[in-house]
Design a protein around this ligand. Structure first.
Ligand code: ZN
Length: 247
């Protein structure tokens, strides 16, 4: 399959740029990249989010990754942050405005920021171009998601083609979570870095749409009620149940 990166020793001579928000999915993608590429840089965005807690989690996650696997410390490269407040200025969403989270008339939650992943990946490609990086990794997933059309595999494939045409490069957009549900994403973390990585992601990553970090649940921190918390909690419970059934 083109999009799920095939393990290759060649990648240990190459650099990857990971879209890294500090959430569960991007933290798992960072570990995935660290297990495959010789050098891994990260890229986060400020775009007027109501809550910047995910971004605050990035430093703790990056630091923690270096303890999960002794080989990963030497592979963790630069941390980049880009400010794109224009995205927040043109988006009327529950992520960038202080309004309740609800479904809109199109059947999408009003947390949807139109075009967000297209913009993120295009900026990532611009940065990767300048830095001579070919591989870009993102946590987009259409298996167990909120229906955002820019998370679909077809969208990512089309964007990869457009970026390569528009920049005359041979970028590879990797989306290792595309066909995994949230329980399988926790299992992937276990496979990549054992209990140490699962614990790191559970404690230091943040997914809650409301930005709550007070209450510690067995699946991590969050309000427990918003769609992102419910998805994360359900995935954790399914992952733990599957694990218990095996032992
Ligand atoms: Zn929440």
């Amino acid at each position: 399959m083109l999009w799920a990166c095939v393990m290759s020793a060649d990648f240990f001579n190459e650099t990857a740029l990971v879209l890294f928000s500090g959430g569960q999915d991007s933290a798992t993608c960072l570990a995935w990249a660290l297990s495959r590429f010789g050098c891994v840089e990260t890229l986060g965005f400020h775009y007027g989010q109501r809550h910047a807690i995910e971004l605050d989690c990035r430093a703790a996650l990056r630091d923690g990754m270096t303890s999960v696997d002794p080989g990963w410390e030497g592979r963790l490269g630069e941390s980049h942050t880009l400010d794109i407040p224009t995205l927040g200025a043109v988006s009327e969403t529950a992520l960038t405005r202080d309004v309740a989270i609800e479904m809109d008339k199109d059947g999408l939650p009003n947390t949807f920021v139109p075009g967000r992943n297209l913009i993120f990946l295009t900026f990532a490609a611009t940065l990767a171009y300048r830095r001579g990086i070919r591989h870009i990794v993102g946590g987009m997933c259409e298996t167990d998601y909120s229906g955002y059309p820019d998370c679909r595999d077809e969208t990512i494939k089309a964007l990869q083609a457009a970026l390569n045409l528009g920049m005359d490069r041979d970028f590879a957009l990797h989306t290792p979570l595309m066909w995994l549900d949230k329980a399988e994403t926790w299992k992937l973390a276990e496979d990549l870095g054992g209990a140490a990585l699962v614990d790191l992601i559970r404690d230091q990553s943040h997914t809650c749409y409301l930005g709550e970090r007070g209450a510690r649940h067995d699946w991590g921190y969050g309000c427990g009620e918003c769609p992102a918390c419910r998805l994360r909690a359900r995935g954790w419970q399914q992952y733990r149940a599957a694990r218990a059934a095996q032992s």
